[in-house]
Ligand binder design. Structure first.
Ligand SMILES: Cc1ncc(COP(=O)(O)O)c(C=O)c1O
Length: 319
């Protein structure tokens, strides 16, 4: 599959700490090194190659006004001198810092949409761009789709190489799961390598049924696309919605406590919307599931700007 290369790979794996007799490691995908890094950068290498191969001159994508995916997509479009249009869902409070601020560095054109009109706004934006003479390429929110799944199948191969180099087998891989595309890619990697590693998705928003269904559909679609045998059933997918709280970007005190704990222990910065929630979910799962004497890898999927966007709520929780 064609790919551009603008990330700095392989990302390192740091030993974090011993925790209840387990060894915890962190894979630093926050250091993919493209517009402040994160999992979306790996996915974008494939989407951008596809867009350029098919002579597109404009990238369109969709997300919230503080979307990491939007930031990295805008950066990638800008680097390859393509126009970038971001369709953002309207919100009551628009925080203009963080990712939103970074969109402007890349001269992104912004189109606002009501949340219930997203498909309509996507269609009208694409036809408007065509009328203006562009050949737009649409990337689903969060870098969802086969190319995004593929990026994390390949990332899993990177992890296997690192396992061999360090002579460590990871029994569990934990990560923040949103659209579930990153998780789906890792699941394919495990399936194809007949690994015994358990992929543990901690939901940042979706409920268990919907999240599991979407991951399952992504897997099926990807296996058809690649013509490989689908050997995973829904019950094999671990997608835990216990840490969502009141919903996406609900920041409760266990999350801020966890972020502080990780920062003080390792100097690694997590964010409160994705990785902080997932790290908290991982530590709680270790206790709940009585996981002992295992090697556990946490994938730090990025999201650095969000710690600044949410600094105020964060301070309140730390008081
Ligand atoms: C920092 C971060 N972590 C995790 C995710 C979830 O990735 P996915 O949508 O592939 O599940 C996202 C998606 O927005 C993200 O920005």
């Amino acid at each position: 599959m064609d790919r551009l290369q603008f990330t700095n790979l392989p990302t390192p794996i740091n030993f974090f700490d011993h925790y209840d007799s387990n060894n915890i490691y962190i894979k630093r995908d926050d250091l993919t090194d493209f517009s402040l890094g994160g999992n979306k950068a790996r996915k974008l290498e494939y989407f951008m190659a596809d867009a350029l191969n098919n002579n597109h001159d404009c990238i369109v994508t969709y997300g919230g006004h503080q979307s990491n995916h939007n930031r990295i997509t805008a950066a990638a479009a800008s680097k390859y001198r393509l126009k970038i249009v971001l369709i953002l869902s309207k919100a009551e409070d628009i925080n203009k810092n963080g990712n939103y601020f970074l969109y402007s560095l890349y001269d992104a054109e912004i189109v606002w949409t009501d949340i219930d009109k997203v498909p309509h706004t996507i269609d009208s934006t694409l036809s408007d761009l065509e009328q203006r003479g562009y050949n737009p390429y649409f990337i689903q929110g969060g870098g969802h789709g086969n190319l995004g799944t593929h990026a994390y199948r390949v990332a899993y191969e990177e992890i296997i190489k690192q396992e061999i180099n360090k002579n460590i087998k990871y029994d569990y891989i934990f990560l923040a799961s949103g659209t579930g595309t990153t998780q789906a890619g890792l699941e394919v990697g495990v399936m194809e390598n007949s690994s015994h590693t358990n992929i543990m998705g901690i939901s940042v928003a979706r409920n268990k049924i919907r999240g599991t269904d979407v991951i399952y559909e992504s897997l099926k679609e990807y296996c058809e696309f690649q013509n490989i045998e689908m050997k995973i059933s829904k019950k094999d997918i671990w997608f835990d919605d216990s840490y969502v709280g009141q919903g996406y970007a609900d920041i409760y005190s266990e999350i801020t406590d966890t972020i502080k704990y990780v920062a003080k222990k390792s100097a690694i910065i997590l964010d409160p919307v994705y990785t902080g929630k997932a790290f908290h979910g991982m530590l709680t799962t270790i206790n709940k599931e009585n996981i002992r004497n295992k090697n556990i890898l946490f994938i730090h999927t990025g999201g650095i700007p969000l710690i600044f966007t949410h600094a105020e709520a964060f301070e309140r929780k730390l008081e």
